[in-house]
Design a protein around this ligand. Sequence first.
Ligand code: IMP
Length: 425
Amino acid sequence: MNCCVVGLQWGDEGKGKVVDILAENSDVVVRYAGGANAGHTVIIGDEKFALHIMPSGAVRKDMNCVIGNGVVFDPEIFIGELKGLSDRDISLEGRLFISENAHVVLDYHKAEDQHRENALGKNKLGTTIRGIGPCYADKIGRSFAVRMADFRDLDQLKEKLERIVSYKNKVFTALYDAEPISAADIFEKCKGYAAALTPYITNTTKYLHEGIEAGKRLLFEGAQGALLDIDHGTFPFVTSSNASALGMSPGCGVPSSMVDKFIGVVKAYSTRVGAGPFPTELDNEIGETIREKGHEYGTTTGRPRRCGWFDAVAVRYTVAIGGVNEIAMMHMDTLAGFDELKICKAYKVNGVETTFFPSDAVELSSVECVYETMPGWSEDLRGVTAYDQLPENAKNYIAAIEKIVKIPVTMVGVGPKRSQAIPKG
Ligand code: IMP
C-alpha cells in the first residue's frame, strides 16, 4: 500500500504526526514539495522534533527517507537538522536520499524574499522569508538555477555563482538600494555543504522506481496545504509550489496511479498564517481562545496563526482537486469547552448561495459564510483512546463535516502525541 498525506487547509494541519504514525507500516517516506518554509512537529514520548526540511519519517531509525526533486533544498537548515538528530543518536547515513535535481536555496534567495516583502509594504504576502519564491522562480527561469548535482563539481559551481551573484547584485542595489552580497562567501559555504551532503545526493527517481519494483511501501509527505497551492490556492496569497496532492508526481517522478490512498489532514477548525482572504476567520475572543488552546503559533516563524471555524466549502474543494480518499482530523481536543461550534457549509456570492470554492483571492474576500451551528461539548478529549469514547456531540460534529465533504474521517487527533490519534472505522 502506497499512501500520500496532504494538508487540505492553509498548512499546519498536523501532517507530521499523521506521517509519523503511518510510517510504522511504510518502508520509505518521500518529501516532494516546498522547502524550509514548512514546519513539521513530531512528539515521541517526551521528545519534540521540529523539522523543516527533513522528512518526518526521519525520526524513526529504520526508515528510508527521500527528498524529491520538487523540494527547494536549504542546505544550511538541513545540516542543522541533521546535527540535531545526530545529537539525539539518530543517524541518517545510508537511509537518506536527496534528489540531484532538487534546487538549492542560497543566501541571495532569502535576501530577495526579504527585499520584495519590504518593497511591497502593506501589500506584502507575509512569506516565511525562507527564500522559497525566489528559488522556485530561478528554477522556472533556468538561467540562474543551482541544483544539488552542482555540489559535485565545485569549479563549475564557483563560476556559476559568480555569474548569478553578479546579476542578483545589480538587481539588489538598483531596485532595493540593498548591500551587495559576496559570491566568494556563498561559495565558501557551498564547499562546506558539498562536503556534508554529497554522500546523500542521488537519482531519487531511480531509487523510488527500483523500490516500487521490489515491493517497497512508499509514504509521500506533502508540505503546506492545498489552499496554498500555486495553481489552485488562494493566489497570490499562496506558496510557490503545488502544495496540493497534485504536486506529488512532478515532485518525485512517481505517478499518482501508484498511490493507493490519498489521506487529507485537516484541523477541526481553520488556521492561516500570513496575509490573504480567510472567510471563516474569527477575529475575536473565540479565535483567541482557539489560538491559545491549540498553541497556534508558527513552527517556522513563531507568528500567531489566524484562527476560524471549519470551512467545509474549502475542504470539499481541496478533497476534489486532490482526489483525496479519507480525512485525518486533528485538534478535536482544542474545540472542547465551546457551547456551540460552527461549520461553514456554503458561501453567498452577491447574495447567491454556492458550495464551490472560488480560489481567486478577490472573489474569496467578498464571500459571506453560511453556517451550520452545532452544539459543543465540555469533556476533555485528551485521554480518549477509542472513537466510541468521544462525546455524542463530538461525533455529531465529525459526521456533519463528513456529510458536506463527502468522504470519511478515519483518524481523529485528541492531542499532540503519537498515541493521541484514534482510528475511526
Ligand atoms: P512562502 O512559502 O514562504 O513563500 O510563504 C507564502 C505563504 O505561505 C505565506 O502566507 C506563508 O505564511 C504560507 N506558508 C508557507 N509555508 C507554510 C506552512 O508550512 N504552514 C503554513 N503556512 C505556510
